[in-house]
Design a binder for this molecule. Structure first.
Ligand SMILES: [Zn+2]
Length: 431
């Protein structure tokens, strides 16, 4: 397939006018999901897709599918997706790179005159960031069946509880009619180009990474009940200080996370009175645990529960509860899709410039991986910075990433055609 420059950089800079955010010397984005600036960039996406010659579908979660026909249009499209929404003070590359590169791949395929066997699709997933409506990867999560449409439509804007995700979809004209479901609107696979959002590639001076998977994440709420009182009157020997008890838990989290080489974070602590001269009678904290191995997370969870039981035993008057509010299992990406991606990398860069990394952050691909063959590639992030206007990736790296994405889907198309020719079927279609 003839390869001409994909000009991803130019389009990235052009579309950054919608939600443009200047902060000192940096230009970032404030393009939260389903705001007016998100509508503007979505309108641009649809216009571009139509200009390329794509069929455009919008589903009930506002996910947009731009589909370029192939020779066999009974096959589910090979998808390339990411997100056009950003954090309130985010960068120009997180998400946008993957969507714009996908569109440019479709344009290049169309202009080359090559007709793929399966159709190809560029996808913009709704509300990946979860900063305005607090559920990350909402669109891809519903599509893969992990979440449902009704509860997602009911999510409220953190800054204005009278606004819901559903009402905003309607307001900006992106409440589509296509079912939001991998069963009713299927894809053969999902490829995602993304910036690394960390410093590993830059440090190793490598250009591309095959992403092996996404680490597992668990969130908890811990509540401690003791008894309050006057800071100068309740004798130390008779106290049931809820915060002093909870503080030992915070230290235990750090100790276990270090021992197991995991990530453990207590990001919020609250007490009932929040007064400098009152013994806290109630204390609350959150916990965020991450690791690629579910067994390790189980071990940490078990030891933390044991620690909390120990608190109740050793500290009279203290009772504790820990409830899990979120459990995202770790994901390993599909070996065959990843092989197609690795082969593509060999055609765009020298082998020594290719690395294999696990993703520390969540992505739409972690959702699609639950139901279809999925893989991801990373390009370097300057200084490892993301979710900040200082986020930056070089033009050359964006172009290499897009060229690799193009070659990867071409490889996957050939792989899929071979499978069909040899009558090897796989459970793409779960209905
Ligand atoms: Zn992202």
């Amino acid at each position: 397939m003839p390869i001409s420059p994909l000009r991803v950089w130019e389009k990235l800079q052009y579309t950054a006018q919608w939600g443009r955010l200047e902060m000192g010397e940096h230009v970032g984005l404030c393009r939260e999901s389903l705001t007016d600036s998100d509508r503007e960039v979505r309108d641009w996406f649809v216009e571009e897709a139509k200009d390329i010659g794509c069929e455009v579908k919008v589903d009930k979660m506002g996910n947009i599918f731009a589909i370029l026909p192939g020779r066999n249009n009974k096959l589910a499209p090979i998808g390339m997706g990411s997100h056009l929404d950003s954090q309130p003070a985010g960068g120009r590359f997180d998400g946008a790179l993957g969507v714009i590169a996908a569109l440019q791949v479709l344009r290049a395929v169309k202009e080359s005159g090559v007709l793929t066997n399966a159709p190809l699709a560029a996808i913009n997933w709704t509300n990946e960031e979860g900063s305005r409506f607090p559920r990350m990867c909402t669109g891809s999560g519903v599509w893969s069946g992990a979440e449902d449409v009704a509860s997602s439509h009911a999510l409220t804007d953190l800054a204005n509880p009278s606004i819901t995700l559903g009402s905003e979809l309607k307001r900006i004209g992106y409440l589509g009619t296509t079912p939001c479901s991998y069963r009713e609107n299927p894809l053969s696979a999902h490829f995602e180009l993304h910036i690394e959002q960390g410093p590993r590639l830059e440090k190793s001076r490598q250009k591309l990474a095959v992403v092996s998977g996404v680490q597992g994440m668990r969130a908890y709420e811990v509540r401690c009940q003791g008894s309050g009182g006057h800071a100068g009157a309740v004798p130390m020997s008779q106290r049931a200080d809820a915060l002093a008890a909870l503080a030992t838990f915070v230290v235990k989290v750090e100790e276990l996370a270090r021992r197991e080489d995991a990530f453990g974070t207590v990001g919020v602590i609250e007490t009932d009175t929040s007064s400098p001269n009152t013994v806290p009678g109630r204390a609350f904290c959150t916990l965020d645990l991450r690791h690629h191995d579910e067994e390790t997370l189980d071990t940490i969870e078990k030891e933390l529960n044991a620690h909390l039981s120990g608190l109740e035993r050793d500290r009279p008057g203290i009772t504790v509860s820990m409830i899990k509010t979120r459990h995202k299992e770790s994901i390993e990406f599909d070996p065959e899709a990843s092989l197609c991606l690795q082969r593509a990398m060999m055609s765009t860069v020298n082998e020594s410039l290719v690395s294999k990394l696990e993703s520390y952050a969540g992505h739409d691909s972690a959702e699609t991986a639950l139901v279809i063959p999925t893989t991801m590639l990373f390009i370097p992030s300057k200084n490892g910075i993301s979710h900040n206007p200082a986020e930056f990736s070089f033009e050359e790296d964006c172009e290499i990433g897009a060229q690799t994405l193009l070659q990867a889907v071409i490889n996957y198309d050939a792989f899929l055609e071979g499978r069909i020719a040899n009558n090897i079927t796989r459970v793409y279609d779960v209905s």
